[in-house]
Structures are given as structure tokens and as C-alpha cells.
Unconditional design. Sequence first.
Length: 155
Amino acid sequence: MSPVIEVHARARLITDGPLTRPVPVDLRYDPADERRTVHIGLPDGTDWAFGRDLLERGLRTPIERGAVRVWPCGRTQLIVELHSTDGVEVFQFEIRTLIRFLARTRAQTPATPVTSATRPDAGREPQPPSRTITTAARRPERDARPERGAQPARG
């Protein structure tokens, strides 16, 4: 069994205001999962899961599946837009970070020929994205400081 691939990365949270802020995210992939699902873990404990192919295709062209939209932004950035009943969260990633992560996931995925007989999801629609929330954040927001001139959040 191959080990789970987990990468601690940075994304920029895009807001309605003039400033963005860096946030730590966890990119996770389990090669044993036949659905080939990528997880994006956010600092508040929210975990978004969707097919790896959505992220791969989003590197080249805009794509939408369910509550997740992905599109390239110039040659070096990728936008991931996550819709939920709580609202919309928009993150900007460095493409090179995602390319390295996706390359690791492909290297760990078993190399079996994909045919309708070997592919468990043959003839079915791709898995819709899912969102789960844990009661406590998995890790504190380390080094997540607001941009220069940003006002601190007041509770």
C-alpha cells in the first residue's frame, strides 16, 4: 500500500476587499482511494474533496463540477472557487506547487490500464465534490499574518 501524499502549501484567500491574505492549506491524496480524490484542508477544519482530474484540467482551462470551480489565472496562478451554503471562498495557488503535488500523486497511483473492465467508475459521472467540517481545526494558522496595512479581525 502506498503512503498518503500530504503537502502543506500556501494559498491566498481572495476577498471582496483590496487585500488578500496568505493561508496555510493541506493538499492530500490517498493512492489507495479508487476514486482518485484530492482533498484540500483549510485552516478552519473544512475539508473539500473532489476528483484529481478536476484540478488537473483546471491547470489548462476553466472547469466546474458541482460546487467547485477551477481555472488558470495567467501562467503562474490557479484559482479554486469553493461554493457552500456558508458562502464562497476563493483561493489563489501557485501553479508550480500544484504541478509538483499532482506529479507526486501520479507517481504513486498504480499503473493499470484504464478500460471499462478495470475502471470502477466506468460509464458513471465523476464523483461530485464534497465538503466536510471538523469541530476543531486540524492545525493552527501558523504564519498566517495579514498583509501590510490590513486591519485585524475583531470578534
